[in-house]
Design a protein around this ligand. Sequence first.
Ligand code: SF4
Length: 259
Amino acid sequence: MSLYQQCGLKYFLSYIDSWREPPTSALAGGSITHEVVEYLYRLEPAERTVENALALLREHGPRMLKQTEYLPFVDDIKMKHSVREAVENLFKVENPPEVVVQPEHLEMELNVVINGVNFFGKVDRFTVDGVNRVTDYKTGKSPGRFIDDKLAQPYLYALGFKTQYDIDVDEVELIFLNAQEVVRRPADIGLVTSMGEQLATMRANSERDVAESAWDARVSRLCDYCAFQKVCPARNPDAPQPGSTLCDTQLSEAGLLHK
Ligand code: SF4
């Protein structure tokens, strides 16, 4: 949803034409961190120590780095340092033995139709300790003023919980491990409902774009980080028609992968 709102053409190339960037070290590091934190919270509360977390990192980090997509980062010391920092920081932003969580509430799948849109999500953690809270861990930088964009995801999870399980989520939480920031917001029903409406609007607009074969290339400062610049008519006057064979060829040559 956020990608569509950022740039329609980028959304088309990513989700309709199915191109993606090769895995990055940030993605590898984020996946390893999530795995370690999940296994940590599967332990009994008293066993959730820093030492055990680092032992889990030593166990699961090398295993995950053997996966084909992460193999290029097997010697990436900077990434490994960042993952260790994220795991250690978990103990600075919360006290894991005190977190009340059931194993079935870790990596919980949501698969539900919201306002006519098929919605699938994996919720990092759902806790019930007087407050029903949906938590998502993030690695990398602090979101700064873009925090509202990041909150759209847990608000939609809250709506998913209500729609699929008839559970009212009271609060959403984002834990930025490397940045040592915890952001909590009440799952205000107005906001949650509005996210569902935004999702339906986004879906309707993207269906219109598919029908018209017209995608809005929305130039912004984020274009500087866009992997599709070479094939984007808004950035490159010689760009081929998006979706054409020539476009595919240029994206392949640029190292992008076709799903
Ligand atoms: S370069 Fe900018 S306008 Fe072009 S596809 Fe990427 S984000 Fe969109």
